[in-house]
Design a protein around this ligand. Structure first.
Ligand code: ATP
Length: 237
């Protein structure tokens, strides 16, 4: 179980997160939804160690990991696919994916993981030697997810994986999350597409200006008036 307890994060005078407690059970899909600037990315970045909390804790299996460095959290199996993909545009697809394996010392394991990724991302595999910037937005998103998956994380954190993608590719990302879920990977997904996020997750948290205002089973939130009015245009999901 991954959880945060009473997490507060400040950027100078900006209180980005206030008293945020979320729980992510093993092998579940959890979505974090909320408006722009609600603190969703800050939450993911703090969990992976890219931001330091001013108070509160991040716990993995009950152990406090709040003071560990990002690479130490990666070694524990927590990987982030950041918002905006953040690929190295001038490197090949293959080299971008290698970046995600920088902690992996076993070259046999690396090859095995690469084969596994080739199975779930055949188009990425075909373009291994292509420069990343020459790929379409959807293909770049798949490379960014493959880079996070190469380390075989037990918990994959996806920050806005469908942002800017065409409807067909949005469905591909949704399918991928479901495939990973069926393989036992825990997925934490930040999404502005609240309907999609609630449909493919088990549990969800709604963040508003740095605070959790709603939480529960995604299926229940999908039906709730508060979520429908604020995030689903007031229409039945
Ligand atoms: P979006 O969907 O627009 O990415 P978000 O919910 O992910 O939004 P965050 O990016 O976590 O929100 O931002 C939360 C708050 O913290 C916002 O008010 C934002 O302006 C502020 N913030 C984020 N990063 C920084 C930073 N590096 N320095 C100062 N303020 C920041």
């Amino acid at each position: 179980m991954l959880e945060t307890t009473h997490l507060c994060v400040d950027y100078g005078g900006v209180h980005a997160l206030r008293d945020v407690s979320v729980q992510v059970p093993d092998k579940s899909v959890v979505s974090i939804i909320g408006a722009n600037g609600a603190g969703k990315s800050t939450l993911l970045k703090t969990i992976v160690g890219l931001h330091r909390q001013s108070s509160g804790t991040v716990l993995l299996d009950g152990q406090d990991i709040s003071r560990l460095k990002p690479h130490e959290r990666l070694d524990l199996g927590i990987a982030l696919c950041p918002e905006g993909r953040r690929l190295f545009p001038d490197l090949t697809v293959y080299d971008n994916i290698r970046v995600g394996a920088y902690r992996m010392r076993d070259s046999k394991l690396f090859r095995q993981r690469l084969e596994f990724l080739h199975e779930i991302f055949p188009r990425v595999a075909e373009r291994g030697q292509q420069i990343a910037s020459s790929l379409s937005g959807g293909e770049q998103q798949m490379v960014a997810i493959a880079r996070a998956l190469i380390s075989q994380p037990r918990i994959l954190m996806l920050d806005e994986p469908t942002l800017g993608l065409a409807p067909k590719l949005i469905l591909e990302v949704a399918k991928l999350v479901q495939t990973l879920h069926s393989q036992g990977v825990t997925v934490v997904m930040v999404e502005q597409n609240a309907k999609l996020a609630l449909k493919i997750s088990d549990q969800a948290f709604v963040l508003e200006t740095g605070t959790v205002t709603l939480q529960g089973r995604s299926a229940d939130l999908l039906q709730s008036d508060a979520v429908q009015n604020a995030y689903l245009g007031g229409q039945a999901a």
